[in-house]
Design a protein around this ligand. Structure first.
Ligand code: ATP
Ligand code: MG
Length: 420
């Protein structure tokens, strides 16, 4: 019987993989340029890392994590997001001792047991960015500017940056009490989840997708009315620095994000054409997280870009692999020459293909077309006799003769020289 992939887990096939690599390469280029260094953390972590950081009452921890016991009976989780792991690594390796200020990025798969639909999968990929050790609002503006710059660089046309401030534990406490009183007054209209979570985490009601809850929450008190002076000043400064960098944004006072660790700045980039799953990137400040996970009191801020969602809003262009060559060889001697020349060219990064089975010229030309070869080098018996091979430019419809001894150099010059 045929074995299929697991629901919500997708294969990424060529030529689609080329678009993925383009997105990853642009991200690396831009982030390295902004002083970020790549960090790679494991895909499996102790379950506790996520319940403690993301929060026990969040959707991710309550419903979406792939948690299981391994053969030694340890409770482990396939990471649902990257921030917790990166913070863990930052603390575990005492990276703050060399310099508390650090800029990291990471690219890789995340796992959440959600209902698969457009823009929502069980294995998905994120580009993650984290900055440690800077509490100044300039960095909030810079990371948001980077998301927007990256998105426009890869070709996202219409998207909006929405920002909010969630305050700090100091101002959030009185706000939560106020919100709880409000929700209590509307208890019978709330869904079971919201009612259950209300005592310990009333804020989650903002994140609830149930229509009835959304109607109630539209009337609820908002956190920005409760910000302490430090948080209010920080938020005002973030906005003014966004203006300095000419990044447009909207304030969305009801955006709280689905993770408990955010403090002060929270943001989302929403894009057209994604339907209900409209957030292509999201992030925020997490000034208490390093300490909560056992490290020193060091602030942090970060975001994640969802790569599948990003691909959904990008035009479905086909990215050609760059010019390539097919060597059509007829007869045993020429085939052997083609075989070794192709190996030499491949090592020189010239994308070269041959017909391994030595079929007819017609069959080989068909293979060249399938390969998408811009150039075809023909070595038949005539060419063998004259000591010159024919290099045909399939795009221009021209051809020329090249003497055997200079084949390698001439091909590298023509094929590679023409590449972007
Ligand atoms: P949503 O409200 O869409 O569920 P979220 O709050 O769970 O998003 P985050 O945990 O902040 O999202 O993740 C950041 C980004 O990762 C999202 O903006 C989205 O682009 C992407 N993402 C999150 N969950 C999924 C998923 N199941 N499938 C594909 N992409 C996802
Ligand atoms: Mg979610």
């Amino acid at each position: 019987m045929e074995i299929k992939a697991i629901r919500g887990f997708s294969d990424i096939l060529p030529p689609e993989t080329r678009r993925w690599r383009m997105l990853e390469e642009r991200a690396r280029e831009i982030l390295e340029g902004f002083g970020f260094s790549e960090i790679r953390v494991p895909i499996l972590e102790k379950a506790e890392l996520f319940s403690r950081s993301i929060g026990e009452e969040t959707d991710i921890v309550e419903k979406e994590m792939y948690t299981f016991e391994d053969r030694s009976g340890d409770r482990i989780t396939l990471r649902p997001e990257a921030t917790a792991s990166i913070v863990r690594a930052y603390i575990e390796h005492k990276m703050y001792t060399t310099d508390p200020m650090a800029k990291f990025y990471s690219i890789g798969p995340m796992f959440r047991h959600e209902r698969p639909q457009k823009g929502r999968y069980r294995q998905f990929h994120q580009i993650n960015v984290e900055v440690f050790g800077i509490s100044h609002p300039t960095i909030d503006a810079e990371v948001m500017a980077i998301v927007m710059y990256y998105l426009s660089t890869v070709g996202v046309k219409r998207c909006v940056l929405q920002i909010n401030s969630l305050g700090c534990p100091r101002c959030r406490h009185p706000y939560k009490e106020n919100l709880k009183t409000f929700l209590n007054d509307h208890l019978h209209q709330l869904c079971r989840d919201c009612r259950r979570r209300m005592e310990r985490n009333a804020l989650r009601a903002f994140d609830c997708k149930v229509q009835g809850c959304q109607e109630i929450i539209a009337e609820a008190p908002i956190v920005s009315d409760f910000l302490c002076s430090e948080c209010a000043e920080h938020f005002a400064a973030v906005r003014s620095y966004l203006e300095t960098l000419e990044v447009s944004y909207e304030v969305n006072p009801r955006m709280v994000r689905g993770l408990d660790y955010y403090t002060k700045t929270a943001f989302e980039v929403v894009a057209e054409g994604l339907g209900a799953q409209n957030a292509v990137a999201a992030g925020g400040r997490y000034d208490c997280l390093v300490e909560e996970l056992g490290g020193p009191n060091i602030p942090g801020i970060g975001f994640a870009i969802g790569m599948e969602r990003l691909l959904l809003i990008l035009p479905e262009e086909h990215l050609p692999p760059g010019p390539s060559l097919f060597i059509a060889a007829l007869g045993e001697g020429p085939q052997k020459d083609a075989f070794s020349l192709s190996y030499k060219l491949n090592r020189a990064r010239v994308r070269t293909m041959i017909d391994y089975e030595g079929r007819s010229l017609k069959a080989q030309m068909r293979r060249a077309a399938k390969f998408g070869a811009r150039y075809v080098l023909i070595i038949g018996e005539d060419e063998q006799r004259s000591g010159r091979a024919i290099l045909r430019d399939m795009e221009e419809g021209k051809q020329e003769q090249i003497p055997f001894p200079s084949l390698f150099e001439e091909i590298v010059r023509r094929v590679k020289g023409g590449s972007p």
